[in-house]
Design a protein around this ligand. Sequence first.
Ligand code: ADE
Length: 270
Amino acid sequence: MAHCAAFPSPVIFDVITIFPDFFTSILEHGVLKRGRASGQVEIRIHDLRNFSDDRHRTVDDRPFGGGPGMVFKPEPIFRALEALKAESPEEKFRVVLLSPQGRLLTQAVAEDFSREQHIVLLSARYEGVDERVAEHLATDEISIGDYVLPGGELAAAVVMEAVTRLLPGVLGNEESREQDSFAGAESGSRGAARGILDCPHYTRPAEFRGWPVPEVLLSGNHEEVRRWRRRQALEKTWRKRPDLLSNLPLSKEDAKLLEEIRQAALEPTR
Ligand code: ADE
């Protein structure tokens, strides 16, 4: 079990990159800083060039078959992984290659990773890695979106933030995690918002530049507030991401709220 309450051991992220300094600032902010300070995560950044075998510290080469750009050679990456595995021979590793060819990072993927003990993140640059890394070393290939970044470092940081905030105690407020957009995206989870977008949030002042906060939020009526938030979350999802609703198991209340939302949309606007 990754997170035993009595003997919590940190989740380890090993990041393999040719730009180790890229992570300096990210590790010193927000959840990654807090998670590291409280011992819930340990993040180790490794310079891939330390695993090259020539004095130029070469990690890339031209693609077979021709074409533009360079490809990360397999040997340094395999060597880096073998060194990590030799340090912890007992441990099970999840080896995540960040690439635009991977499956999309979703909340369900983040939840899955948050149950692991040890995650290696492989960040490539240029035209990517030799395919044998994807085929024979990586356990997962993950993309953070359908666009091409010049490298996987930002994607590795995104994965670490998305996973770390799910670890018990890191956020401080367990409820806020459950109420996020996509919370409980996996079936069987008890997230309040269950795979839909989050409702809007407001804070003081109650009126700003003539724009008032919805009155129900000032009413003190918890049941009305709860119902309003659920309706807003459903409405936002219906308008912006209707695809999310197609697989959503609907409670009686949700079905009724969605019907109200559809009806309201049909009414002529004055
Ligand atoms: N590397 C380059 N583009 C990427 C993306 N969209 N996701 C993950 N890694 C990447």
